[in-house]
Design a protein around this ligand. Structure first.
Ligand code: DP6
Length: 323
């Protein structure tokens, strides 16, 4: 009863920010992301009759009690679905800075959903896997697929899952992650979005923004228009971050270097190099651009950021079963 799977992180171009149902992780809106090849999680799960509880190791370290609770809850879901009553050892290796707005929970729960369901003898199709991953973390719903992926909000557990929009992405779309701080973030996405839904007067407007952006983004993808994709993604991200500033108490995920990075991208645009930015629940900035502009963008950014903090990523694959 052993399986090993890998999932890649995804970065939303049209963001998910708010749950209608906390337990089932049903979102208020649809969302759309790009799965990245550079950041991933590899997870092994072994169910074993001799264990008296689950044990979790992430990058060789045991997890804190909050994460242990989240992970145990998730393993209980797998046990319920599979009628397996055994406990498991879970061993996860991240190729991504954890909790720094690089969407580590997306790859973590997608890889765990795949490895745990397979080890428990469940033979889930991609839709079922996406629904299961969703129960661990909303963004993980999308990491089941590679390339450009849409999470349809649905209205219950059965109807809320991801579908691929363009799994191949053959038009030169790339991302550079500008790492401005890779420490664990102060406000988790979970509590940040809860605070926003409860207190921001702009939340109803956000739902309308996303509905419009989903239509525009899918049309930009069909046209393979990277500038339009970038423009919509940047505007969508800024409107999401405006929600954090309008919450009570207000908060922000930006740090001083996030502002430096955003301004550098805008400067590049005024010089005629098309590039756009997006940020998630952390201060790191991701740049969206066409691969022929990569060198010019890296050259400009490396005058402000050290080379090791500029990570280029191409579109990545969906779930891979390794054993
Ligand atoms: C800003 O998926 O981390 O990255 O569902 O509570 O685990 P939980 O939240 P999470 O939130 C992701 C927020 C985001 C936008 C996105 O990925 O769509």
């Amino acid at each position: 009863m052993y399986a090993k799977a890998r999932a890649h992180t995804n970065i939303a171009l049209v963001k998910y920010w708010g749950k209608k149902n906390q337990e089932l992780i049903l979102p208020y809106t649809d969302s759309l992301s790009l799965t990245l090849n550079e950041f991933y999680t590899t997870t092994e799960v072994t169910f074993n009759a001799e264990l008296i509880q689950d044990s979790f190791l992430i990058d060789g370290q045991s997890v804190d009690s909050k994460n242990e609770q989240k992970l145990t809850h998730f393993m209980n879901l797998v046990r319920q679905q599979s009628n397996c009553s055994l406990y498991a050892t879970v061993n996860s290796e991240n190729h991504v800075p954890i909790s720094a707005g690089l969407a580590s929970s997306s790859s973590a729960f997608a890889a765990l959903a795949a490895a745990a369901s397979k080890a428990a003898g469940l033979n889930l199709d991609q839709t079922q896997l996406s629904r299961l991953a969703r129960r661990g973390s909303g963004s993980a719903t999308r990491s089941v697929f590679g390339g450009l992926v849409e999470w349809r909000k649905g209205n219950d557990d059965e109807t809320s899952f991801a579908v691929p929009v363009d799994e191949q992405v053959d038009f030169g779309l790339e991302m550079i992650a500008i790492l401005t701080d890779t420490r664990v973030k102060k406000v988790s996405s979970r509590s940040g979005m809860q605070n926003v839904v409860a207190t921001s007067p702009y939340y109803p407007a956000w739902q309308q923004v996303v509905a419009n952006d989903m239509v525009a983004m899918k049309s930009a993808i069909v046209k393979k228009d990277i500038n339009l994709i970038g423009q919509i993604a940047e505007e969508n991200a800024m409107r999401m971050h405006a929600l954090t500033l309008s919450a009570q108490p207000s908060f922000t995920y930006f740090n001083a270097d996030s502002l430096v990075a955003m301004s550098a991208i805008k400067d590049l645009r005024t010089q005629g190099i098309n590039c756009y930015y997006t940020l998630d629940a952390g201060p790191n900035v991701k740049v969206i651009y066409q691969h022929t502009d990569r060198k010019a963008i890296l050259d400009a950014l490396s005058t402000k950021f050290s080379k090791q903090n500029l990570v280029v990523s191409l579109p990545g694959p969906g779930i891979e079963y390794l054993e």
